[in-house]
Design a protein around this ligand. Structure first.
Ligand code: GLN
Length: 284
């Protein structure tokens, strides 16, 4: 089969599974023949041999079944760098880039701060901050050894030795330490959320957080205060309908300057809060 015919047939097959069937078909074929996409347009008449066609069929079937391109390719772009991803990590999302942006607005260029990323997954947030602020030390925590292996790989490939990965539950591995900034994109999807069906290839533990989707953010609101220096900043991503609930939770734990920031789609997405010092004792 010729390359152009293979692309046309694959595009048809991906119509239901993808919002960009032709682009996906081209990227997958390029990967199968180990050539840049531009090669496909320059050599439409090249013939695919049986073996290559079978390999193309294999990736096409996975995409047709709904597997995200990022898992098939093993990479995803985030904050203009290419990150390794695996089914043990969420696929980094563009809306999470505002979390990185807010952290970078907080951290001066020449600061040698301690930064903590809780639930780092592929390390996209931690490594992006580490790359942009090379004098900072970034600690990236995850409770999945498989995810942490991906984060380590990304740190090694992209950062300059200023990312440390720690295995454990939330704040457990960093007890007793203090940080200037804490960032987190925790799981925040409700257990019965119907859009989970579309996310079935992604690690459920990285997505689902109890009945109301707030279990992980509850842990962060309670645990992060004592890990921050006075005036230190916490930045947490959450669902678009959770801003008020997150603000309440943070308020209950004595956080101050609680403010929600919207993503590029205008949806309230990341809440910032400062360590409020000790909570006033209850009035007698
Ligand atoms: N933004 C993701 C989604 O709803 C969820 C990510 C998360 O739970 N941290 O697709």
């Amino acid at each position: 089969m010729r390359l152009d015919a293979a692309i046309a047939a694959a595009t048809e097959r991906l119509r239901d599974a993808s919002e960009s069937p032709r682009l996906d078909a081209e990227i997958l074929l390029g990967r199968t023949i180990n050539m840049p996409r531009s090669y496909l347009f320059a050599h439409p008449e090249d013939e695919l041999d049986e073996l290559t066609l079978a390999r193309f069929e294999d990736v096409l079937a996975r995409r047709e079944a709904g597997m995200p391109m990022a898992y098939i390719m093993g990479i995803r772009e985030f904050w203009s760098r290419e990150f390794a991803v695996s089914p043990a990590t969420l696929v980094p999302r563009p809306e999470t880039e505002i979390l990185v942006n807010l952290a970078l607005c907080e951290i001066p260029r020449d600061a040698a701060w301690e930064v903590l990323d809780l639930g780092t997954g592929s390390g996209a947030i931690a490594v992006s901050i580490a790359c942009e602020r090379p004098l900072c030390q970034v600690t990236a925590v995850d409770n999945s050894e498989e995810a942490l292996a991906v984060a380590r790989e990304n740190a090694r490939a992209l950062a300059r030795g200023n990312v440390t990965c720690e295995l454990g539950n939330w704040a457990e591995p960093v007890q007793g330490r203090t940080f200037d900034v804490i960032v987190s994109n925790p799981p925040y999807v409700r257990r019965d959320d119907e859009h989970l069906a579309g996310l079935r290839y992604e690690p459920q533990a990285a997505l689902v957080a109890g009945e109301d989707g707030l279990d992980a953010i509850r842990v962060l609101a309670a645990a992060c205060g004592e890990l921050l220096v006075d005036g230190g900043l916490l930045l947490v991503e959450h669902g678009a309908v959770q801003a008020a609930a997150v603000a309440d939770l943070l308020g209950e734990h004595g956080w101050t300057d609680v403010a929600c920031h919207s993503d590029l789609a205008g949806l309230p997405r990341v809440t910032a809060a400062r360590r409020g010092g000790k909570q006033a004792p209850p009035e007698k």
